[in-house]
Write a protein that binds this ligand. Structure first.
Ligand code: SAH
Length: 395
């Protein structure tokens, strides 16, 4: 008997627009007794074929679509999907692929719940849904073409709990990866810890924005890199010619790696300084001691997980933007980011505008920034666009 999910009358509309999620409220009945992760045929209430997807009974999204064609979801299907994803990257980057890039960006590459980042010849994967989880060994084996040294799993993210899946990390294929994998980005050497670092080890989505910082950093005397993690924007500023960069984060482990990264690139401690502190407190301390900067980068963690939380999170974003604007010297440059998908462009712009108004400064936005091109956004899945940023000058 076919494993299938029938939708309620009229609930096929989003699928006809190729949106890859089916919410539990849209399901009329499930037949054929599918297990979590099984492939199911999705049918309209009248039995018409709509799509094939992965079943996840305990999730608020019980089906994620693999294909809108009536096709078999097997190893060959995933091989084609990986080839398709790689082809886009090779078209973007040309003949010289970056050392580190995102190969699979989940729904936006037609592979819901599957993320894969390449670091030199290693792949690091996250499987966040029941359907994705069921594919892990197939995907890992297929990745041999893109990451010959091996595949490591970092499925230790909270959202797996919503799918009834425990966290899981470890080697999928090949040997245990080294303590650090070293790669180059925009001419800078980075070491990343794929076993315990954030996400898969590094924030690859900010590659072109770190380059934007590098290009505007020449001659800057005092730079403040807030939420610095392993030093990304701060190293970019040093490479671009900044004289002194203070890098602030609450994670001692991240700062240790930031220092190693600075040493690897030959930046002395008096040029690249790290500080273990809470950014909210540190910005206030600078305000109280009248410390000022020529350039400030704000790249906070996700403050909002849902649209409901976005309004509250907006206060956090405004708080740091307002403080940073006050600390900028005249002519100073602010790079501000939000990686909360729940916060849309309009809200991000509004927060920035009202911070400038409250800071009583004339602030000129010169660049609107987003996630890198190896983090594509499917037109059918606007949720895939999450990173927003801007660069602006204090007049
Ligand atoms: N800009 C970085 C990525 C930043 S990720 C890059 O390009 O690689 C966000 C960072 O904020 C994490 O390293 C986290 O440890 C840090 N963080 C979270 N809350 C913080 C706080 N209140 N003060 C300082 N750092 C914080």
């Amino acid at each position: 008997m076919e494993k299938s999910v029938f939708l309620k009358e009229g609930r096929e509309k989003s699928l006809l627009r190729r949106h890859p999620w089916i919410f539990s409220g849209a399901v009329k009945k499930v037949s054929g007794d599918p297990a979590p992760g099984d492939t199911v045929t999705v049918r309209a209430g009248n039995g018409d074929f709509l799509a094939v997807g992965a079943y996840s009974p305990s999730s608020a999204i019980p089906v994620r679509i693999w294909s809108f064609e009536d096709e078999t979801i097997d190893r060959d299907f995933f091989r084609r999907k990986l080839q398709e994803a790689y082809r886009i990257r090779s078209r973007i980057f040309g003949t010289v692929m970056p050392d580190a890039y995102r190969l699979i960006h989940s729904e936006s590459d037609g592979l819901p719940g599957i993320t894969c980042d390449i670091y030199k010849s290693y792949a690091v994967c996250q499987f966040t849904s029941a359907g994705a989880d069921a594919t892990r060994m197939t995907i890992a084996e297929l990745l041999a073409d893109y990451a010959p040294n091996g595949v490591y799993e970092r499925s230790d993210c909270d959202i797996r709990a919503k799918e009834g899946l425990p966290p899981r990390t470890g080697v999928l294929t090949g040997p245990e990866p080294p303590e650090y994998i070293e790669f180059q980005e925009n001419g800078i050497l980075f070491r990343c810890d794929v076993r315990t670092g954030h996400k898969t080890g590094f924030y690859l989505d900010q590659r072109q924005n770190r380059l934007a910082v590098q290009q505007l950093a020449a001659g800057k005397e005092e730079v403040l890199n807030c939420f610095c993690y392993t030093g990304g924007f701060g190293l970019a500023a040093c490479k671009g010619g900044a004289k002194h960069v203070i890098n602030v984060d609450t994670s001692a482990d991240a700062l240790k790696l930031a220092q190693i990264n600075a040493e690897r690139n030959g930046f002395a401690p008096d040029q690249f300084e790290t500080l273990c502190a809470d950014v909210f407190q540190y910005l206030r301390k600078c305000r109280d001691s009248r410390k000022t900067f020529d350039m400030i980068i704000l790249d906070p963690p996700k403050f909002a997980d849902s649209a409901a939380a976005a309004a509250k999170a907006a206060r956090g974003y405004k708080d740091i933007a307002l403080l940073a604007m006050k600390l900028l010297r005249p002519g100073g440059l602010l790079f501000s980011f939000s990686c909360s998908g729940a916060m849309d462009d309009a809200l991000f712009a509004k927060v920035t505008d009202s911070a400038a108004a409250d800071a009583k400064i004339d602030f000129r936005i010169v660049q609107w920034l987003s996630q890198g091109p190896d983090h594509p956004v499917s037109a059918a899945f606007p949720e895939g666009r999450y990173l927003k940023g801007l660069a602006g000058f204090k007049i």
